[in-house]
Write a protein that binds this ligand. Structure first.
Ligand code: 4NP
Length: 155
């Protein structure tokens, strides 16, 4: 049974689609497509239907990744339907848990940076209002976290 992962940020145009595309890139490199299924969503609905932010597309392209996807908002049923839900920051984490007041799926929700092995940080910061370097830093963190996550899921 393939594992279903859901990456979650605020707008679903910068961090979580980048996480989804980085993870799919690593899965493809390792011949593991189909074993782990990735999706992403935003806790907010501001950008529903929008493609990934151009600045994130550009930063990802420089690392050989053509980003795909369009923004959608996180729904309560996402907690039931995914095996693991990865929050980019604490605000996302609390917003995800607020969709599950009974705490039924609490154990499925993890902080993305808890899988980092090179970076000792707690959150993937929101790059939206910053410059280009913020997008590159997000990708550095996401490669680290996705590699750690992949190891945790496949060992
Ligand atoms: P994301 O970034 O949560 O990584 O997709 C943001 C995108 C949009 C906004 C904030 C963060 N916004 O305020 O519109």
């Amino acid at each position: 049974m393939p594992k279903k992962l859901l990456f979650v940020c605020l707008g679903n145009i910068c961090r979580s689609p980048a996480a989804e595309n980085v993870m799919n890139f690593l899965l493809q490199q390792r011949g593991l497509e189909g074993e782990i299924i990735c999706d992403s969503a935003g806790t907010a609905g501001y950008h529903i239907g929008a493609p990934p932010d151009r600045r994130m597309q550009k930063a990802a392209k420089a690392r050989g990744i053509s980003m795909v996807g369009s923004a959608r908002q996180l729904q309560p049923m996402d907690l039931r339907e995914h095996d693991l839900i990865l929050a980019m920051d604490y605000s996302n984490y609390h917003d995800i848990l607020s969709l599950d007041p009974q705490g039924k799926y609490h154990d499925k929700v993890k902080m993305m940076c808890s899988y980092c092995r090179r970076y000792n940080v707690k959150e993937v910061p929101d790059p939206y209002y910053g410059g280009e370097e913020g997008f590159n830093y997000v990708l550095d963190l996401l490669f680290d976290a996705c590699e750690g996550l992949l190891e945790a899921l496949t060992k």
